[in-house]
Each structure stands twice: as C-alpha cells, then as structure tokens.
Design a protein around this ligand. Structure first.
Ligand code: HEC
Length: 372
C-alpha cells in the first residue's frame, strides 16, 4: 500500500504535468482518481494542491458517469451544470439519474428549472425523462407549468406527462387537470395512455372514467398503448388494411403515388414519426393537427356548406378542398361565414373498423414508409 507521502508526490507530479484544458491520458487519470479516493474527501478538501488536482480530474471527466461519482464521493457543491450535462446525456442510466438526484439534493432546482425552460429543447426533454426516473417529489412543481404552456415544444410536453405519471402525486395532478377540463388537447392521448397504465388502483380507476382509452372493434377496449406498441405487426398485411375500402386511409392519403391527395402524403411518414406518434395520429387525429391541414367550415350566402382544407386564397376568392380531393373556389363576396375547426378532418375511431392485430399490422406498415 502506498503511504500518504508517495500519494501526495504522485498527485503533485500528475497535476503539474497537465494543464486544465488538456486531455489527461486515461492511465494517468485513473491513477489520480485512485490516489484522491484513497485520501478521502477530508484530506483532499484540506489541501489546496490536492484540491487543484481534483479540479483537473473533474474537468477531465466532465460529461461522464465518473464525474458524477466524484461529485458524490467528494460531496462537491456547485457542480450542477456538470451534473445536468451528464443527466441530459444518460437520462435512463444510473449515472444520469443519480446526477439529477444530486442536483435536487443540493438546492439545484433553479438550475434545473432554467435548463427545462432553456433553448436546448432536446436536452430539456432528456432532463424531463431523467426527472421521471428519479421519482422526485419536485416533479409536479417543475413539470406542470410545462404541461400547461402550449407555446412550448410538443415532444417536451409529452415527455413531461410521461414523467409525471411515474409518481403518484404527478399522476394525481394530471387527473386533476383532466377533471377540471384543463388538460391541453394535444396531450390528451399521451395522458390517457399513461394514466390508464398507472399502478395506483384508485388513480387508474379514475383515469378509466375521465380519460377512457379509445375503443377497438366491436366497442371492445383496446389493450394498453404500451402493449399495442410492443405487438409484432406484418407490414404486408398492414398495406392491405391501409388501402381497404372500409378503413379508408387511401381515400385521403397518398403513398408512393397511390391513393387520393387530400391529407398529408405518407410515403415517408416512418422517417417523420415514431410508432407511438403514428398510433396517436390514428387514435386521436385532433391531438396534433399537421401545419397547413387545419380543417375549415365555409358557408356561402346562398346556404352552401363546405368542410375541408383551405388550399389557396386571393383577394377575391378562397379555394376549399373537400374530402375526396375536389377543390371549390368560393367568391369572397358570396361568403357568409368561415370558421376553423378544432377537430381534424381525419375522423377519429377508424381503429374500430379493424382488429387489434390489424392495427398492429397497419402501424408496422406505416413505420416501414421511410425516406429513400
Ligand atoms: C377523411 C380523410 C382522412 C382519412 C380517412 C384518414 N386520414 Fe389521416 N389525415 C387526414 C388529414 C387531413 C390529416 C392532417 C391533419 C391532422 O394531422 O389531423 C391526416 C393526418 C394523418 C397522419 C399524420 C401525418 C403527419 O404528417 O403528421 C397519419 C399518420 C395519418 N393521417 C394516417 C392515417 C391512417 C393510417 C388512416 C386510416 C386508418 C387515415 N389517416 C385516414 C385525413 C384523413
């Protein structure tokens, strides 16, 4: 075993050899960490040279699980920025979750809040995921404002719903929003899927009443969303379901030149949306209406009614494309009323025309429609 003197010398040497910003070679780094660990937090914090060495080791391990270990081991304060970095990188790993716990334990809520509301939306989304994995009591206070702020990124807000549903308080808070009719429409599907699968029986029962899962064929309940997404689908049979007359997808969507050009083309939809979002598009079309595909109802003074997409507009007239693809030009002088609908033109409930297996097949098919 090395004595204290040797360790000190070794550290002093190692510390002198490397400037803060320069990479330390891995073998040397490990020797330094080992020596510091052997000395323990008290000795290191009492000695400026050793503290300096620790600073260098921290800089060299920044962004890695080792960094989190060091912060925990040496009880270091003021490392929130570095901890949040690891957490955003590894939201589902022990290191990332521990990092976030350390932030919360060191009164780092303000730093975390700033990261959640900051410009880096993808880092914020990862942090929300990590936060869900901590099960922390601060979840509702941190995440409910995001859920309600419809100006923020949709994926970030959906992740917030998923994280909230991981704790009893969070799930109860989401249910309260639903009960008071304050749950934003674009999060309804995610909240429905999550809350119907929580492990607290009372909350689950209330979710089934307030936010029932959409029914499947013959009004039978669909399996939980996680189960649906885990089912194996057959893309070939899915293609057949897509173009089946009674289901009607092809009456509104083009895939590789086939079908009617009414809703968005789906030839590359598998590159745009992950499976859970594809399922949401089918089970709750109004949750996230694609830009430019908002539905309008247009009435003329002589009593004609059109419900469809406004595909062009000039000073004199508006052109409405109705289901089937026909475009009608209406003179503005003859217009009585036009109103944007909150609902998608894509009808809800199409899953009721198919079996659960066919729904899985359809999802598989859509997921295979990728950019070439
Ligand atoms: C009556 C017309 C209509 C039918 C029938 C229809 N859709 Fe749609 N679909 C739309 C419209 C319009 C949109 C865009 C508005 C929106 O996002 O709600 C859309 C959006 C979508 C989206 C999201 C596209 C994107 O780019 O985000 C998917 C996926 C989709 N539909 C799949 C289907 C499938 C699968 C079926 C059959 C089960 C189907 N649709 C049936 C009209 C239709």
């Amino acid at each position: 075993m090395m004595n204290l003197r040797t360790t000190l010398c070794l550290l002093a040497l190692a510390a002198a050899a490397v400037a803060v910003a320069q990479p330390i070679d891995p073998a040397k780094l490990n020797t330094m960490i080992e020596a510091l660990t052997r000395l323990g937090p008290e000795a290191v914090n009492a000695n400026p040279k050793l503290k300096e060495a620790l600073g260098k080791v921290l800089a060299a391990t920044r962004g890695t699980p080792q960094f989190v270990q060091l912060v925990e081991q040496f009880k270091l304060a003021d490392q929130n920025a570095g901890l949040l970095e690891v957490s955003a990188k590894h939201p589902a790993d022990e290191a990332g979750v521990t990092a976030l716990r350390l932030v919360l334990a060191s009164n780092g809520t303000a730093a975390l809040s700033a990261a959640l509301t900051g410009k880096d939306v993808s880092a914020a989304t990862k942090l929300v995921e990590a936060l869900g994995n901590t099960g922390a009591k601060q979840l509702p206070a941190l995440l409910l404002p995001l859920v309600s702020d419809t100006t923020r990124d949709a994926a970030l807000r959906k992740q917030s719903v998923r994280a909230l549903a991981r704790t009893q308080d969070g799930a109860a808070a989401l249910l309260k929003l639903a009960r008071e009719d304050k749950l934003p429409a674009d999060l309804r599907f995610t909240a429905t899927a999550e809350l119907n699968a929580v492990r607290w029986p009372e909350l689950k029962a209330e979710a089934a009443k307030l936010l029932p899962l959409p029914p499947g064929q013959g009004d039978k309940a669909l399996p939980p969303v996680a189960e649906l997404l885990a089912m194996k689908g057959d893309a070939k049979r899915g293609a057949e379901v897509f173009s089946r007359e009674t289901v009607g997808c092809a009456k509104c969507h083009i895939v590789n030149g086939q079908g009617v050009d009414f809703g968005p083309a789906l030839s590359e939809i598998g590159s745009k949306l992950p499976k859970d979002a594809l399922l949401e598009s089918i089970l709750d079309p109004s949750a996230g209406i694609s830009f430019g595909f908002e539905a309008w109802s247009v009435e003329t003074k002589v009593g004609e009614e059109f419900f469809g997409l406004i595909v062009s507009e000039t000073g004199e007239d508006v052109s409405v494309k109705t289901v089937g693809g026909a475009v009608t030009k209406v003179k503005k002088a003859e217009l009585a009323r036009r109103q944007q609908s909150k609902l998608s033109i894509m009808p809800a409930g199409l899953q009721q025309t198919i079996t659960v297996q066919e729904l899985a097949d359809l999802l598989e098919y859509l997921a295979t429609l990728k950019k070439k």
